[in-house]
Design a protein around this ligand. Structure first.
Ligand code: FES
Ligand SMILES: [Fe+2]
Length: 352
């Protein structure tokens, strides 16, 4: 195996923030009551307007900058709790209590963000006042007939690129998730094809045996070879797809939303098809998925603390760190608007 190190990378910059759609909440969690969240450090307030649509505004009253999220929603408009100015879902100022005569409410608007509800999640577009030329990512197989769909939100320590790399990284599974996926013994060689996608990158694992751990044995008791892809798609999607047999298919899609430079919200949608009744499948998949996510959360917490303590990253990579550097590059290019040529397909060998 080629273990030649790629050049060390040292960076103290924050992770690049790529424009696009980001998940902010589960649909059921957006209510008429205003709710504040952070998108890359920016406070945004979401609520349901008079038509019941979820909407998103900058969480800063245009009058004296009080947080609108501390106010309430009155007839579909958000009312600031300081002097009672009201704004509709588009950020238009609709009322200024006590003001006599004509008012130029239009000049006092609050920036609004495009907002959509799709597949159980609420998404916002990252730039205020922009009419996006795209729609939020469509999560494959979610809620399709024959698929059990499980959704879960978690707060992960670390920047988006670290959380995405962790979600798509095979070598850590034998250690962090020992016994659930793979063990660090009896490794077998397999081939990985790493290819560029339109706005993303994919690693396809060829010749992989069904993982020996608990998760694999429950879902594919017959064993054998499995098909496995890991994908990153700009700006925020990390996806793991397994076909364990003709009848067993898992697509775990996580939408990652940077809250601050060191915290990323993870919105997971796991779509599973298996020859097991849904009630049993749910009873198996959800606890295993939660255990995996909590183990990842713990190692990400330790990694993030280290990076902060040492004042930045100093990462050494080998070719079996298959997607991490590509994720950083894709984010940098998307954030700067300077997209380079597609990277060539690469094939490597790995012991898994
Ligand atoms: S600060 Fe919001 S109404 Fe005055
Ligand atoms: Fe993991």
């Amino acid at each position: 195996m080629n273990t030649q190190l790629e050049p060390h990378m040292k960076s103290t910059e924050n992770t690049a923030f790529a424009p696009g759609w980001y998940t902010i909440a589960a649909s059921q969690d957006v209510r008429p009551k205003p709710k504040r969240f952070l998108l890359n450090g920016l406070p945004i307030v979401t609520f349901r307007d008079a038509t019941g649509r979820s909407v998103a505004l900058l969480d800063r009253c245009s009058h004296r900058n009080a947080p609108l999220s501390a106010g309430r929603v009155v007839a579909g408009n958000i009312e600031c709790h300081y002097h009672g100015w009201q704004f509709d879902g588009a950020g238009e100022c609709k009322a200024i209590p006590g003001l006599c005569g004509a008012s130029e409410h239009g000049a006092r608007r609050v920036p609004s963000f495009a907002c959509r509800e799709s597949q159980g999640w609420v998404w916002v577009y990252s730039q205020a006042g922009v009419v996006p030329d795209s729609e939020p990512y469509e999560i494959p197989f979610a809620d399709q007939p024959g698929y059990l769909t499980i959704r879960q939100r978690l707060e992960m320590p670390g920047p988006l690129d670290a959380v995405a790399e962790n979600a798509l990284d095979v070598p850590h599974t034998a250690f962090v998730h020992s016994g659930l996926f793979r063990k660090n013994a009896d490794r077998k060689p397999l081939e990985v094809v790493i290819r560029a996608l339109d706005g993303g990158a994919e690693a396809q694992y060829i010749g992989e045996q069904r993982p020996e751990g608990l998760a694999g044995r429950l879902l594919a008791p017959q064993g054998g070879e499995v098909l496995h892809w890991d994908r990153f798609l700009l700006p925020c999607i990390a996806q793991v797809e397994y076909r364990l047999s003709d009848r067993t298919h898992i697509v775990a899609t996580t939408a990652l939303t940077p809250r601050t430079p060191h915290v990323t919200d993870l919105f997971a949608t796991v779509a599973v098809k298996a020859p097991i009744p849904n009630a049993i499948l749910r009873g198996v998949v959800k606890p295993v998925a939660m255990r995996i996510l909590r183990q990842d959360m713990e190692i990400l917490r330790r990694q993030t603390e280290q990076v902060e303590r040492f004042g930045g990253e100093e990462f050494a990579s080998t070719e079996i760190d298959v997607l991490g550097l590509r994720i950083k590059k894709l984010l940098r290019e998307a954030a700067s608007g300077k997209v380079g040529p597609l990277q060539e397909e690469r094939r490597i060998k790995m012991l898994v």
